[in-house]
Design a protein around this ligand. Structure first.
Ligand code: ZN
Length: 369
């Protein structure tokens, strides 16, 4: 039996989510707590921290891991123009770069930012995407490692101790919160455990050598300590809302949106636009855990008071099961799979507790209600 949060629409199949006795998930409780936060006090705490780090050598005050999307661009823009910091923007290249984000990144760079882009060996990256799609139903396992490792590698390399990440996913969206401090300070061990799950060095095979995996590996922890890297969540200091971030950034430059008016599997057109493989990634979340991109987006908006549960449910019924057709041919080509094999991989990852096959099609055993 799949249960859905009574306040938002998240099912209990989301890894590490917790429900209380009334059937309300911990992401909803976190959203409640956020309403009682003294944001002026948090802002003061932010300013003190920034002052603590400012008197140092070098051109950059901090690093912002940056996709070019609304969230990380809002952070970069506010740090620079509201707080007078000089951030270095660091991007780990998407697997299948989308022209929308290429445009959006260039537009922000042109407003006055330095940018470092790390692009991993394409042959290795594609091989890993195919392997992880087949084995784990997630073509982005290695990308997730890289996007976490590369900003820290840059911090060590350029001797920039302060990194501003966006939000703490475990608390914002439902998961395990180890301590109050974890909401503010990024814990590298937690990230490795929850987001990556294994050591990139395990990915060596007959074609991939250890040195091929350098972009995905965390720097030596001694090096991280030597530089004194401190990684903070911007969302701890300033109220976090994906819709408000979009509202903030869309007027700052010509921010391009999803083609066709919205993204596959959801009703939004402004989120996660930088990688064409994301459409497949979120669809695989739907296959493995029974919730897709429309559930994800509507839960965030319900929790921030921007949508009712009934409105969310309607959108979820309409879009959550939509196949990621927009870039499907490109997905097949990138993963080097034919259509029947691709379909087999998808079906292999359907959890039988979540899915049933009836009337010639797969349906959720317990659709949201
Ligand atoms: Zn909830």
């Amino acid at each position: 039996m799949v249960r859905y949060c009574r306040r938002c629409l998240m099912p209990d199949t989301r890894p590490r989510i917790e429900f209380d006795a009334d059937g309300v998930c911990n992401a909803c409780h976190h959203a409640e707590r956020k309403k009682r936060i003294d944001w002026d006090a948090r802002r003061r705490e932010f300013l003190e921290l920034v002052e603590e780090f400012r008197p140092r050598e070098g051109p950059y005050d901090c690093i912002v891991p940056w996709s070019g999307g609304k969230d990380s661009s809002t952070i970069a823009h506010r740090l620079k123009f509201e707080f007078g910091l000089n951030p270095l923007l660091v991007t780990f290249s998407p697997l299948m770069p989308n022209e929308i984000a290429v445009h959006n990144r260039q537009a922000l760079i042109d407003l006055g930012f330095d940018h470092l882009m790390v692009q991993a060996n394409g042959k290795v990256s594609r091989r890993l995407a195919k392997r992880f799609f087949i084995e784990r139903g997630d073509p982005k396992i290695h990308w997730n490692a890289g996007v976490n490792a590369v900003p820290v590698q840059a911090a060590v390399h350029y001797n920039i101790p302060l990194i501003f990440y966006a939000e703490h996913g475990e608390s914002e969206y439902g998961g395990r919160v180890l301590s109050e401090d974890h909401l503010k300070l990024r814990d590298f061990a937690e990230v490795l455990e929850h987001q990556i799950g294994d050591d990139p060095l395990n990915w060596v095979d007959e074609e991939i050598e250890e040195h091929d995996l350098a972009p995905y590996a965390y720097p030596d922890l001694g090096e991280v300590e030597r530089v004194g890297v401190k990684a903070l969540y911007f969302a701890y200091f300033f109220r976090w809302s994906m819709l408000e971030n979009y509202t903030y950034i869309k007027d700052k430059f010509d921010f391009h949106l999803a083609e066709n008016g919205r993204t596959d599997g959801t009703f939004t057109n402004f989120d996660s636009l930088d990688d064409k493989i994301d459409n497949l990634y979120y669809h695989m979340q739907f296959i493995k855990f029974g919730f897709g991109r429309a559930v994800r987006d509507s839960c965030r908006m319900i929790q921030n008071g921007q949508m009712t549960r009934a409105e969310g449910l309607e959108l979820v019924r309409r879009y959550d099961d939509e196949f990621p057709a927009t870039y499907h041919d490109e997905h097949l080509a990138y993963l080097d799979l034919d259509e029947p094999t691709f379909t087999d991989v998808i079906d292999k990852h359907r959890d039988p507790q979540i899915w049933e096959f009836s009337g010639n099609r797969w349906t959720l055993r317990h659709p949201p209600e």
